[in-house]
Design a protein around this ligand. Structure first.
Ligand SMILES: NC(=O)c1ccc[n+]([C@@H]2O[C@H](COP(=O)([O-])OP(=O)(O)OC[C@H]3O[C@@H](n4cnc5c(N)ncnc54)[C@H](O)[C@@H]3O)[C@@H](O)[C@H]2O)c1
Length: 343
């Protein structure tokens, strides 16, 4: 493709991020924006020069009336289905925020619509673009630590994300919000699918603050080829943590190991009269006014692979199998049983 007309569905926090990254490309024209809250769609449209007649509150009207080659679907975790299926049926390429979907039926129906319509789809499982993880994966692929054998991945958010940032945290789960990144990263490193899972969760801290969702999950994954991994996903890291995410990763191979602490780089510490903190220089920040960080690289990747017609680093099967594995983890935590993933 030489020029791409892109429309945004969901003009919230991350929809605004999609719009700014897409707006960097001369080959991309932002043609429409849709949000059930018209004022949000209007504000984003005004910022990016999208004409008022292409501001919508119903994505079906936008798909019908607006020139579009691809859509960015940036609605809450559990509301990707209709926008994805209707867009695929309208012949549009799809960039969908993680997770692909939060029910088996939604996963299967979106996959079916994408295949039937021959459109391209990428889900924004952006940890594959996280520099320490990408470097470790390249080294693993080069055989430097032998075969992956055992892993530990802790990916937590500070409490503020659940209590203040997301209005819909109680309708989702830390497993959908961050666990999808953990699961996809582990699948990527092991180059394998999860066979079965055993998860235990706890609830009470967030619900005590009015957000009715699990605080934390501790999960053991067994991969088909024998690899094992422990995954921790919580939404209760104290707000005083120097960085929004708490990220620790260890991969033991048959001949070596990677150890990653991506919570904060330790390269920079800011001290003021009242506190110290480690500013983010990895995930999403700005350098000389330009968005930097791996959270933006995946959005750029989607556009660049549409332009050069090369494959996405994250396939539809990666996204679908990640969601299906998360469903198994939720069932395991609910039933206190080992659950086999149903693909
Ligand atoms: N990759 C990342 O780093 C990252 C970061 C934050 C959020 N996300 C993902 O992005 C998605 C959105 O998260 P957010 O933080 O921007 O949430 P948000 O609540 O700020 O924005 C969601 C927007 O979708 C709108 N919306 C809801 N239903 C809609 C519908 N049917 N049609 C059109 N608009 C609709 C809401 O009005 C809201 O403006 C989620 O899937 C989330 O997991 C990804």
């Amino acid at each position: 493709m030489e020029r791409i007309d892109v429309a945004i569905i969901g003009a919230g926090t991350w929809g605004a991020t999609h719009a700014s990254i897409l707006g960097e490309y001369d080959a991309v024209r932002l043609t429409g924006v849709c949000d059930v809250d018209r004022s949000k769609a209007e504000a984003l449209a005004a910022k990016h020069g999208i004409p008022a007649e292409h501001v919508y509150t119903d994505h079906r009207a936008m798909l019908r009336d607006c020139p579009i080659d691809a859509v960015s679907i940036v609605t809450p975790d559990f509301l990707h289905r209709d926008a994805a299926i209707d867009s695929a049926n309208a012949g549009k390429h799809l960039l969908i925020e993680k997770p692909l979907a939060t029910t088996r039926r939604d996963v299967e129906d979106i996959m079916e619509a994408v295949a039937r319509n021959g459109v391209r789809m990428m889900v924004d499982l952006h940890n594959r673009f996280n520099p320490p993880f990408a470097v470790a994966k390249a080294s693993l692929d080069a055989g430097e630590i032998g075969n992956p054998y055992s892993a530990y991945f802790r990916l937590n958010d500070v409490r503020w994300v659940a209590t203040d940032m997301l209005r819909w945290a109680a309708e989702s789960s830390i497993l959908w919000f961050l666990g999808t990144h953990s699961l996809d990263t582990l699948r990527w490193f092991f180059d394998d699918e999860v066979e079965q899972v055993h998860s235990v969760s706890r609830k009470g801290i967030l619900s005590g603050r009015g957000v009715d969702t699990e605080d934390i999950f501790q999960t053991i994954l067994e991969f088909r080829k024998g690899g094992i991994a422990t995954m921790e996903n919580g939404w209760i890291t104290p707000d005083s943590h120097p960085c929004v995410n708490d990220i620790k990763f260890n991969l033991t191979g048959t001949r070596g190991m990677f150890s990653i602490d991506a919570s904060n780089s330790q390269l920079i510490t800011k001290f003021t009269d009242t506190k110290s903190e480690n500013p983010d220089i990895l995930v999403n920040h700005f350098i000389h006014g330009r968005a930097a960080g791996f959270a933006y690289q995946s959005i750029r990747h989607f556009i660049e692979r549409l332009l050069d017609n090369k494959p996405f680093l994250i396939t539809p099967a990666d996204a679908a199998n990640t969601s299906l594995s998360i469903l198994a983890i939720l069932e395991s935590a609910r039933t206190h049983r080992i659950v086999k993933v149903q693909y």
